[in-house]
Design a protein around this ligand. Structure first.
Ligand code: TA6
Length: 280
């Protein structure tokens, strides 16, 4: 593991002796690159991404906490993705490399959200796997509530050719229409993308399989019961200043989260959630 500069931000470059690599920014605790051993880049990072304090980075794995989306009074997806985190540990073993980053509440976070907390992201790469574990500790004297997600931008060669399997029979809410509370049971064999789509699936099962014509990605989550699937398609993509016109073709967000039922965390308690990607 090596400390590097990435577009002006301090970052950690993880390299496992087996060839797996990842780059994680201290800004946001944000993973911006993952290459499984002997493979190509598997995360999408916009070529128009902002690397500016105060703005989230477009692509990779933004961490949404303590609010997902616009479900509450906080900035969209909370505020930890625009805070500078600190490195706690980084090391490589025989067949892995891993790092842990931490953020504690500070004057800026308390002005938005009056709670004492500590969050940690542990990132591990080994062979074909990327492991991400997000941990929240309530370091204050009273309980708080949060939602959280690992907002993973999976790089794909052509989004129209992708099939996301494993969600059949699962209930979802359409996030494109925030007023619509109705729930739909997915009856399709696979989710395919040929228009804008933003869905919150509840209590999804493992594994999900993202199939492309010549490769696949297995997606597992633990203790993050919900899965958000998002692609902006043409019109919405054109309105997002930090995405190129055809950017939507190059990714599908498959996000692991605890969203539908916010987590209640008592004083001195902690919680964790994980997402694991396996390249195939
Ligand atoms: O996860 C889906 C979503 O909430 C979309 O509605 C879309 O806005 C996206 O996340 C990206 O949000 P951002 O704040 O990073 O532009």
């Amino acid at each position: 593991a090596q400390d590097i500069d990435y577009h002006g931000f301090p970052a950690i470059h993880l390299r496992s002796p087996d060839g797996a690599e990842a780059i994680v920014l201290l800004y946001g605790g944000h993973i911006v690159s993952w290459k499984p051993a002997g493979d190509e880049e598997r995360l999408y990072l916009s070529e128009k991404a902002f690397f500016e304090a105060g703005k989230p980075v477009r692509g990779g794995v933004p961490i949404c906490f303590p609010q997902f989306g616009t479900t509450g009074p906080l900035p969209q997806h909370g505020f930890v993705r625009t805070q500078m985190w600190e490195k706690v540990a980084a090391r490589a073993g025989d067949d892995f490399a891993m790092a842990t980053l931490r953020l504690k509440d500070n004057a800026e976070t308390r002005a938005l959200w009056p709670h004492a907390f500590q969050v940690e992201l542990s990132v591990g790469v080994s062979n074909a796997r990327l492991d991400m574990e997000f941990e929240v500790e309530n370091t204050g004297e009273s309980a708080f509530e949060f939602s959280a997600a690992l907002h993973t931008y999976v790089r794909v060669k052509e989004v129209e050719e992708v099939r996301l399997e494993g969600l059949r029979g699962q209930t979802y809410r359409n996030l494109l229409n925030l007023n619509a509370k109705e729930e739909t049971v997915d009856s399709g064999i696979a989710v395919t993308i040929d228009r804008e789509l933003s869905r919150l699936y509840y209590e999804t099962e493992n594994p999900l399989l993202l199939r492309e014509t010549d490769r696949s990605l297995g997606i597992n989550s633990d203790n993050m019961p919900d899965t958000v699937v998002w692609n902006p398609w043409v019109e919405t993509c054109a309105k997002i200043p930090d995405l190129p016109a055809n950017g939507f073709r190059r990714y599908l967000c498959v996000e692991a989260g605890a969203i539908q039922n916010p987590v209640q965390l008592q004083a001195a308690e902690s919680w964790w959630g994980r997402q694991t990607l396996v390249a195939m």
